[in-house]
Ligand binder design. Structure first.
Ligand SMILES: Cc1cc2nc3c(=O)[nH]c(=O)nc-3n(C[C@H](O)[C@H](O)[C@H](O)COP(=O)(O)O)c2cc1C
Ligand code: FES
Length: 461
């Protein structure tokens, strides 16, 4: 039973409790239950793991709340690791081993050899060009990535707020509530250079400042764009499935900074797991009083709602989305007025993409300079991409802004299948273009999408 946290001291004590509970876990088995691996049979793997552990009389726990102080094995359902093609995946900690293409029939061996015996099962390990990679982080697909937004996706139980506490979750919100003014939060976001990950790259701090400037309005809104209509894209879905509290935390911080008290997350209905994980996360945050009135006794309030989209691509556009949330036909309108002045229900609205919000907690916690430590001058931080098609390794990746297409296709993607020659990459969904060999060494950042990508788009002439 979760109880409302009444003040800062209670929050700090609770966080410390779960940091320690996590440190005490001797061994952990993370069964990927993202959409891809769940479809591939990992829910059965999870059930079989519990059964086999019980049959072997081995102690296990399913949540940090059951922690028995170090002798038992944590068995957890995680979100997507990004390497769905090799799924169903199972990660073993503390070694960081990754098992690929796991099935329920493999579980007895995993329990006997790995969990109880500490032995790696070679046939379940990942191999590339004949080389076996035991540790997930050593696999070429992961080695060249810089996972910040996706850092905990696949590494924590995505349905547990306590697990999120244990990796420092909600500490950024606490900092924004008790140690910073709204202006300071917005300044930090501006200084970080964070630009919207939804496509246009609008400076996030500037958008927040424009909403905050409407001090005359008692009602303002935060809207999270989780529509993700581009074919083949699943960055936002993975984030919502794998680390939902990070998005909620980013949204609440935006609310506190801009003086907005209502938040809406618009998720396409084709993402049922993302919807359910967000619903669970919101309910848990409400139980602890991290969402609702007078958050942790700060006097600040924020309420959260989920809206399911009906799969119309156009509803990903901001003004179509707010129309859809209002119950109207999802159609873009001409601007001005912009959403920051007249958005949802005619009120000032701060509308950002899922990945944009997911970047916020770390910026507040670690600072703008940390965020700027990767990326390029005009495009700081990282970007998640869905890599699909004729490359050796496909999946969800996250790289510093400014990484070249060559590094993505060859170093992370492992090159073209069967050693074939590179022809072209289609980027950016329906409104993007096709890039050919001459673009392979251009750094991918917001300037790149404007020049290389848009110049090749049939609609840009
Ligand atoms: C047709 C169309 C579809 C769009 N689809 C999405 C989408 O699926 N997700 C998204 O975040 N932004 C989408 N956008 C961009 C949004 O209008 C908006 O600029 C963005 O969500 C703002 O968030 P950001 O500043 O964090 O990027 C779309 C825009 C257009 C014109
Ligand atoms: S769903 Fe398991 S790796 Fe993506």
């Amino acid at each position: 039973m979760r109880e409302k946290i009444k003040n800062l001291e209670e929050f700090r004590a609770l966080q410390e409790k779960y940091v320690q509970a996590r440190d005490h876990e001797k061994r952990k088995v993370l069964v990927c239950c993202g959409t891809g691996c769940a479809a591939g049979g990992n829910l059965a793997v999870y059930e079989e793991l519990k059964k086999q552990m019980a049959e072997h009389g081995a102690a296990y726990e399913l949540s940090l709340n059951d922690s028995c102080g170090g002798d038992s094995t944590g068995i957890k359902k995680s979100g997507c690791h990004g390497f769905c093609e090799m799924g169903p995946l199972v990660r073993i900690e503390p070694e960081g081993w990754l098992y690929t293409k796991v099935h329920a029939e493999d579980v007895k061996e995993i329990v006997e050899k790995t969990i109880l015996g500490g032995e790696f099962i070679e046939r379940l390990g990942y191999k590339q060009n004949g080389q076996l990679y035991k540790r997930q982080e050593d696999i070429p697909f992961y080695k060249k990535q810089t996972r910040r937004v996706l850092e905990h996706c696949g590494h924590i139980d995505a349905e547990s707020i306590e697990e999120y506490f244990s990796i420092g979750g909600y500490a950024a919100l606490v900092k924004a509530l008790f140690e910073m003014s709204g202006e300071e939060v917005i300044q930090e976001i501006s200084d970080s250079g964070l630009r919207g990950r939804g496509g246009a790259g609008f400076p996030t701090g500037k958008k927040w400042a424009q909403v905050a400037a409407h001090t005359e309005e008692p009602v303002k809104y935060i809207v999270c764009n989780g529509d993700e209509g581009d074919p083949g894209a699943f960055m936002d879905r993975s984030c919502m499935e794998g680390d939902p509290h990070k998005i909620l935390e980013g949204m609440i911080i935006a609310g506190v900074a801009t003086g907005s008290t209502e938040g809406y997350i618009y998720v396409r209905a084709e993402y049922p797991l993302a919807v359910s994980r967000l619903q669970i996360a919101i309910a848990q945050a409400e139980e602890y009083g991290l969402i609702g009135d007078d958050i942790l006794g700060s006097g600040k309030s924020f309420h959260m709602h989920i809206n399911k989209g009906a799969g119309a691509f156009v509803c990903g556009e901001g003004s179509a989305m707010t129309a859809s949330i209002e119950g109207n036909r999802g159609m873009p309108r001409t601007k001005p007025p912009r959403s920051v002045d007249k958005g949802l229900f005619g009120k000032p609205t701060c509308l950002n993409n899922v990945e944009t919000f997911a970047n916020v907690p770390d910026i507040i916690k670690k600072g703008a300079a940390w965020f700027r430590s990767v990326g390029t001058e005009g495009s700081s931080g990282t970007k998640a991409f869905a890599l699909t098609g004729n490359v050796v390794n496909t999946g969800l990746i996250e790289v510093p802004m400014g990484t070249t297409l060559r590094e993505v296709v060859y170093d992370i993607g492992g090159g073209i299948k069967n050693g074939k020659k590179f022809k072209a990459v289609q980027i950016g969904g329906p409104s993007g273009g096709c890039l050919t060999e001459e673009h392979l060494d251009l750094p991918m950042d917001f300037a790149w999408t404007r020049t290389a990508a848009w110049s090749t788009s049939p609609s840009s002439s």
